[in-house]
Design a protein around this ligand. Sequence first.
Ligand code: PHE
Length: 448
Amino acid sequence: MSQEQWKSKIGFIFAAAGSAIGLGAIWKFPYVAGTGGGGAFLLIFLLFTLFLGAPLLIGEFLIGRKTKGDAITTYQRIAPNSSWGIVGIIGVVTCFILLSFYSVVGGWIIIYLFEALTGGLTGLSQDQYGMLFGEIIANPLPTLLAQLTFVLLTIIVVAKGVQKGIENASKIMMPALFILFLLIVIRSLSLDGASEGVKFLFVPDFTKLTSETILIALGQAFFTLSLGASAMVTYASYLPKTQNLPRSALSIVLMNIVIAILAGLAIFPGVFSFGLEPNAGPVLIFAVLPAVFSQMGFGMLFFIAFLILFLFAALTSAFSMIEIIVAAMTKKDKSKRKKYTWTIGILIFIVGIPSCLSYGVMSDVLVFDKTIFDLFDYAVSNVLMPLGALLISIFIPLKLSKSELFEEIRLGSHSGKMFFNVWYYLLKYFTPVAIIIVFMDALGLIDK
Ligand code: PHE
């Protein structure tokens, strides 16, 4: 069949931004920043995003567009008869495990939406929201059903194919999400004691930085930009040569940073104002936001709107995870798309069941001292994604010559030599060296 393509340049940016902006920026960033000490974490995360994430994003776009291949084929086409295809396989495995617990959190949003629509969230006090959430997610049946609903929504859209499904929807909801976030932030900032939260987020306290926190900030930078899993390689394979890759990448990086900071500003003032703990973990946003909304005029209506957009952001990321796996398996043979999407989606749901139960009946099942949910999250964010990113940053300059890369980057962008050189050296030297140092440090291999 003919090569699928995005309908418009802006459509691609929305779809790639849709993959990037999701639970990573909105749900995960506040909780890892909260656990990692606030300001210092934000700073390190920003540095990693700008100096490692952005170059890598351009790199993933570049090889995807160049080869028009899926996650695995791309590497095989550039380096035939080599084992570099393994990088794509790592990406496929990463996306599989990722979606298995991502869908759990997607399910939590659905449950909250249901509760908000049926009046279950009205008239509670601030600390009751946190408790209610704890009770809700401990209940196996509704959470599993909600998780299944999230997976089914993902399957249905992706089974329909790239153009129709993913692109159209992304264009409407992203700007809406942004505007609603602004509203929440305005309300948060006017809470009593909000300045404590702002200070926590922006004033770095470097005594709180540990090797582990630095690794988590690195993983977070890749997680939010969907890097290291060849997701962006796959999305860029549907691109025409006229797309300006550096500009697309930089706008996505910026949007992502803005959303993460807005999420932080929406959450931390509330955390301090309501006397909650910033290190509450994955439940943080769900415990704090309803309380913030309950302090707003028409709060419940706004909360419902927020949950719909939040769910949408999570779904557009989930689409990309399944898309990578399906694209790698079908090799763009459209006739198999439906069957594979359904099979993979259902398998992912099954593998995700223990993660869902980690907050209830399986909360005592610990592996390496972590619940299954935390273990999967840790493996994906702090091992697989940085590992994938490391391999990609080695692969690109190793297998493509400098002049080839320069030609490719200039297609559609007319980037100057200077920009190219900055990108090239950041990707070739800075990225792999930084990732290796962070890994070694986290493993305790660096003496201090
Ligand atoms: N970037 C997505 C998010 O922040 C997660 C993601 C990672 C999506 C890897 C696809 C591939 O939610």
